[in-house]
Design a protein around this ligand. Structure first.
Ligand code: 5GP
Length: 121
């Protein structure tokens, strides 16, 4: 499957669609989910064009992979939900159709601010 340059997160990255930004650096952009499923529901996306986690782990540079992994914790700290601050959250990536992925640009959901409940429903 080819990366779709017109997916919603590509448009957000290009600044064509607004978002409620939480954090940005050379490797990631983080913003609030438009339809929050928990008290805190953030998204962390890589800046590169990767469809999903398997595409990313197969094709991204080590620098990009480290950048995204560190970005997740940086955002969690910023939101005050990091385990380093005695809290917790769920980081989740849906992968392709069977995984329930709707937007074909890799993203981690960060759910927190409350008990997030069952892992899979
Ligand atoms: P997926 O099902 O692909 O893992 O999750 C896609 C997520 O993107 C959903 O939670 C959905 O609410 C969120 N989303 C879809 N369109 C937009 C948008 O335009 N802005 C923001 N901030 N989130 C969006």
């Amino acid at each position: 499957m080819k990366y779709d340059d017109n997916n919603i997160f590509a448009k957000i990255l290009r600044g064509e669609i607004p978002c409620k930004k939480i954090y940005e650096d050379d490797f990631v952009l983080s913003f609030y989910d438009i339809s929050p499923q928990k008290k805190i529901h953030a998204l962390v996306i890589p800046k590169g064009k990767y469809i999903d986690l398997d595409d990313f782990n197969s094709n991204a540079s080590n620098e990009e992979i480290i950048g995204l992994m560190k970005g997740v914790t940086t955002v969690a700290k910023k939101l005050g939900i990091s385990s380093i601050d005695g809290k917790g959250y769920r980081a989740l990536a849906n992968i392709s159709d069977d995984g329930g992925q709707e937007v074909p640009h890799l993203h981690f959901h960060l759910f927190g601010g409350e008990k997030v409940g069952k892992m899979v429903s």
